[in-house]
Design a protein. Structure first.
Length: 396
C-alpha cells in the first residue's frame, strides 16, 4: 500500500491502495459531475448524487489525495455551513485532442473541466495521410513530453467517416481506409467524425440530458443525433452521415460515391453550381463570401431551403427535442430565413407543426470539434480501469 500526499494543507496524508481507492463508491460519479458542471459546490454535488455531506467530504478527500480533484472555498451564502467548489486538480489527468480539417490541423490539451490549452496548428503541405498524421504526431508527442503520464488519452476528430476505429472515407481529404497508429504509444486513442464529436459536445455542454439533432455545414453537411448524452452512431460507428441521405438533386454525383446527396446541396459547391460557376477549391471560403454577395442571394436561398427541408425530414425520423445548427449552418439559415422557414414547415409532418423541435444556433463556436474530442477522450479516462491505472502510475 502506497502513501499518497494530500493536495490541500488540511487533508493530511491518506493511504491509498492503488485501484482500491479509485473504485471507492461514488468517486467516478463525482468526477463525471465535476466534468459536466465545473465549480459545482460540494453541497450541491452531495444533493445531486444523493449522498450525505459526510460521504461527499470523504470522497472529495480521497480524490484530492489521488490528484484527481481540487477544492476551493465557495463564496458565503446565507447562514449555512461553509462549503467548497470542486475543480480539476492542477496535477490531474489530461487528454490530447486533435482536429483534422480540409486544409489544416489543430492540437490542444484538455483537462477535466474541459478547458483547452496549449494550442498548436499547422496547414497541410500535402493531404497524404502519412504526412498529415506525421505532423500531427509530432505535436501530440510534444504534449506527451511536457506532461508525461498525466496524458491519459488521445482523441482525433477528422472530416472523415469512422468505422471500427479507422477513417474509412473522406472526400475533403481524399482519404480511404486510413489506419491511425497510436500517436502516443501506450495511451488509449479514440477516433471520431468531426460533426459527430461536435454534436456530442453541443448536446452534453449546452443541452445535457436532452435529445439533440446536431447539423453543421463546413464542406458539405454532417451531424449526429445525441440521445441522453449518448451519440447514436450505429453498429460500426459510421452512423450519422446525414450529408449522404438523398435530400439533394437526384442523379447528382457526390464524391462519396452515391448520388443525390444532401452534402452537395447546401455548401459552397451548391452555390457555385446555381451560379453556373466551376466548383471552388475551398467550398467553405466560397460560401462565406457568397453569404454577403447580393449576386448569390437566390443561390444561398436555395441552400437555406435545402437545409430547412432536410432538417424537417430528420426531425420526422428522429423526434429530437432540439435541432442545433453549427459551423456555417446558422449563417446559411440567417441569410435566407424565409426560405428556410417555409421549407422546414412544409417538410414537417402535420402533427409536429404545432409543437416543433426547438431550432437554435450552436453555443460552442469553432472549438466544437476539439471540445467533442475531449468529451470522447474523457469517456475513456473516467472509468474504473483507467482511474485504477492512474492511481498505480502516480502512486506505485
Amino acid at each position: 500500500m502506497a502513501q499518497a500526499r494530500g493536495s490541500d494543507a488540511d487533508s493530511g496524508p491518506i493511504k491509498v491502495g492503488r485501484a482500491e481507492a479509485a473504485r471507492w463508491s461514488g468517486a467516478l460519479d463525482l468526477l463525471r459531475l465535476v466534468r459536466a458542471r465545473p465549480g459545482v459546490t460540494r453541497a450541491e454535488a452531495a444533493r445531486m448524487l444523493g449522498v450525505g455531506s459526510g460521504t461527499a467530504t470523504e470522497i472529495c478527500s480521497r480524490l484530492r489525495a489521488l490528484d484527481l480533484l481540487s477544492e476551493h472555498p465557495a463564496p458565503p451564502s446565507g447562514r449555512g455551513r461553509p462549503t467548497t467548489t470542486l475543480h480539476a486538480h492542477p496535477d490531474g489527468p489530461l487528454v490530447a485532442v486533435v482536429d483534422i480539417r480540409q486544409a489544416e490541423w489543430r492540437v490542444a490539451v484538455a483537462d477535466l473541466e474541459g478547458a483547452l490549452s496549449e494550442p498548436a496548428t499547422g496547414r497541410h503541405g500535402s493531404k497524404r495521410p502519412e504526412q498529415v498524421l506525421a505532423a500531427v504526431g509530432e505535436a501530440v508527442a510534444a504534449i506527451g513530453e511536457r506532461h508525461g503520464t498525466r496524458v491519459r488519452a488521445v482523441a482525433v476528430s477528422a472530416a472523415a467517416t469512422v468505422r471500427r476505429e479507422r477513417f474509412v472515407q473522406s472526400s475533403v481529404l481524399g482519404w480511404r481506409d486510413v489506419e491511425v497508429a497510436p500517436l502516443l504509444p501506450g495511451v488509449p486513442q479514440v477516433l471520431g467524425n468531426d460533426a459527430t464529436l461536435a454534436g456530442l459536445a453541443e448536446a452534453r455542454l449546452a443541452h445535457p440530458g436532452r435529445s439533440v439533432l446536431y447539423l453543421t455545414i463546413e464542406v458539405g453537411i454532417g451531424g449526429v443525433y445525441v440521445d441522453g448524452d449518448r451519440a447514436v452512431t450505429g453498429a460500426t460507428g459510421a452512423g450519422g452521415e446525414f450529408g449522404h441521405v438523398p435530400f439533394g438533386e437526384p442523379g447528382l454525383a457526390c464524391p462519396c460515391g452515391a448520388t443525390g446527396c444532401w452534402d452537395v446541396a447546401v455548401d459552397g459547391r451548391a452555390v457555385a453550381r446555381h451560379l453556373g460557376e466551376p466548383e471552388p477549391d475551398d467550398p467553405r471560403a466560397y460560401l462565406i463570401e457568397a453569404l454577403v454577395d447580393p449576386r448569390a442571394r437566390a443561390a444561398v436561398a436555395a441552400c437555406s431551403a435545402s437545409l430547412g427541408r432536410g432538417a424537417a425530414g430528420l426531425a420526422n425520423v428522429l423526434d429530437p427535442e432540439v435541432v442545433s445548427f453549427g459551423g456555417l449552418a446558422p449563417e446559411v439559415r440567417r441569410a435566407a430565413p424565409d426560405a428556410f422557414a417555409a421549407a422546414f414547415e412544409a417538410g414537417l409532418m402535420g402533427f409536429r407543426r404545432d409543437d416543433p423541435p426547438q431550432l437554435i444556433a450552436s453555443a460552442l463556436g469553432p472549438d466544437a470539434f476539439l471540445l467533442g474530442a475531449a468529451e470522447a477522450a474523457f469517456d475513456v479516462v473516467l472509468t474504473e480501469q483507467s482511474i485504477g491505472d492512474w492511481t498505480a502510475a502516480r502512486f506505485a
